[in-house]
Design a protein around this ligand. Structure first.
Ligand code: ZN
Length: 507
């Protein structure tokens, strides 16, 4: 992304060498990143869709592991930075690195890639901007700006880049403005991110062809002059040099241009990203027309994508009958591949839960598909559950509302949070489960943790205060179980207040 700091191009060739001490410290960069991320989490366009998050994480975690194994990601940075991806509902094609190891990815990017490999090539590139400390080097060139000002400028540039029209206007009508206030990474940095990113993605097991496929897409968009829909192209112009570099990395004889046919899984995920990026009623109705005009000659994977999108869109339009009809068609074309079947089943459960026309026992019966089988003695493998399974379990439990199920799901969510304490959405669902169990103190504490996970310390303190007030009103009549909750709440409040003070001091 364009980092709005200084005149464009003035940094190329004058970068301080790595390790010469002039780069921003990792701690300072993380604090700056936290400040920006806190705003992104508050943005109405921020989206944590469990299925798409699971898909992106399934690519992101292997990339991080490869960067560690190659030594690009040092233990110090690994520990200090967030390494978190923040998804935005925006339909433009973009991904960008932010200070402190935060990354933004637009749904528009997920909607155009033809394979996991293509997405891995973009994420590997952005990851490498951060491991190579490009951001800190750009920021430290601008010593006169306080972190607060830099944070505000980056947020301003992000807001401007969201609307393709506004972004174009800035470039076309405001060349001067853009030269004053924006800075892309230098060409050298881009070349380095291409090189390191390619190494990371191939080491992580992704196909080098993904790199080529993504370049082809960007080239096509460049030919169509489509930089409005492709902000990524504005920050990553396809110089002949970049293309030549890329081609020299491919094994000799490898085709330079490939037309990857998406798998059924991929086609469904792409459709999902498109539905979520275009949630308006007209766009949702548009899916019905596409599904009605399915050509039998179309590849089954493509049909699966269209039917998935149409069923999901119908469900969002609250037309359960239509959604079920299209889902039944989807079941016929999706094929046998286990991951494709799983994606399909997750959608089926969403449709059923949104329909809300089932009896409680019928809702409970849905749980078997996501590992929630109370009749099976072997049902103890919370570790093998994926995040969408867990979150669907939570929805099933709150709709069905039976004690044994609520207990079981609360347990599963707690197990997940032990290793993923920063998962705001899971905390939020745990709060709903506690509320359904009439455990109001625990519900408030879980809500507080959800706020902390999104760096909203003030919101967290409010909820812990409410919990303490409630305890006080209840007085000494409390059972000893409440005593344990009370001491946890006291401890957490003190810890979070310390974080809040630290945050306030930086302003
Ligand atoms: Zn780049």
């Amino acid at each position: 992304m364009p980092i709005p700091l200084q005149a464009r191009g003035s940094v190329a060739g004058t970068l301080p060498l790595l390790g010469d001490g002039s780069a921003m410290s990792a701690g300072a960069e993380r604090r700056l990143g936290d400040r920006i991320a806190r705003e992104l989490y508050r943005d109405p366009d921020f989206i944590d869709d469990p299925v798409l998050t699971d898909y992106v994480q399934g690519i992101w975690l292997p990339l991080l592991a490869a960067a560690r194994a190659r030594g690009d990601l040092t233990p110090e940075l690994d520990e200090r930075f967030a390494w978190r991806i923040v998804l935005g509902r925006d339909r433009s094609v973009n991904a960008f690195a932010l200070p402190g190891g935060y990354f933004g990815v637009h749904l528009g990017l997920l909607a155009v890639v033809s394979s996991r490999d293509e997405l891995a090539s973009v994420l590997g590139h952005e990851l490498s901007h951060v491991t190579q400390r490009h951001i800190s080097r750009l920021i430290s060139k601008n010593e006169k700006q306080t972190p607060w000002m830099i944070g505000a400028m980056i947020l301003g540039a992000l807001a401007a880049s969201k609307s393709p029209e506004a972004g174009n206007a800035m470039i076309v009508g405001g060349q001067a403005l853009s030269a004053q206030s924006q800075l892309n990474f230098s060409r050298d940095m881009e070349r380095e991110a291409d090189r390191v990113g390619f190494g990371v993605m191939t080491q992580a097991g992704f196909e080098a062809q993904g790199f080529v496929g993504m370049f082809d897409k960007l080239q096509q968009a460049a030919r169509l002059n489509d930089s409005g829909a492709y902000p990524y192209l504005r920050s990553h112009p396809l110089t002949t040099e970049r293309i030549a570099d890329m081609q020299s990395r491919l094994p000799l004889g490898a085709p330079h241009s490939v037309d990857v046919a998406p798998t059924a899984t991929h086609a469904m995920l792409t459709a999902r990203a498109r539905v979520l990026a275009n949630p308006g009623a007209d766009a949702l109705r548009g899916w019905q027309a596409q599904a009605d005009n399915l050509a039998p000659a179309q590849a089954l994977a493509q049909q699966a994508g269209t039917l998935y999108g149409a069923a999901m869109a119908a469900s969002r339009l609250r037309d359960a009958a239509q959604a079920r009809k299209q889902y039944a068609q989807l079941q016929k074309v999706v094929g046998d591949e286990p991951e494709a079947r799983r994606q399909m089943r997750w959608l089926g459960l969403e449709i059923e839960l949104a329909a809300r026309d089932r009896s409680r026992p019928q809702v409970l019966a849905l749980g078997v598909d996501v590992g929630l089988d109370l009749n099976s003695p072997a049902d103890g493998s919370a570790a093998s559950l994926r995040r969408p399974d867990l979150l669907l379990q939570a929805q099933i439990a709150t709709q069905a509302g039976r004690d044994a199920v609520l207990d079981k799901v609360a347990q599963n969510l707690q197990v997940w949070l032990v290793s993923q304490p920063q998962d705001a959405l899971v905390w939020q669902w745990l709060a709903s489960i506690y509320a359904a169990q009439n455990q109001s103190l625990r519900a408030l504490r879980a809500e507080a943790e959800a706020r902390v996970a999104q760096l909203d310390y003030a919101g967290a303190i409010d909820r812990l205060k409410a919990a303490q007030d409630r305890l006080q009103r209840a007085g000494a009549s409390n059972a000893s179980a409440d005593y344990i909750d009370a001491s946890i709440i006291d401890t957490r409040r003190r810890q979070i207040e310390a974080l809040f003070k630290e945050q306030a001091l930086e302003n």
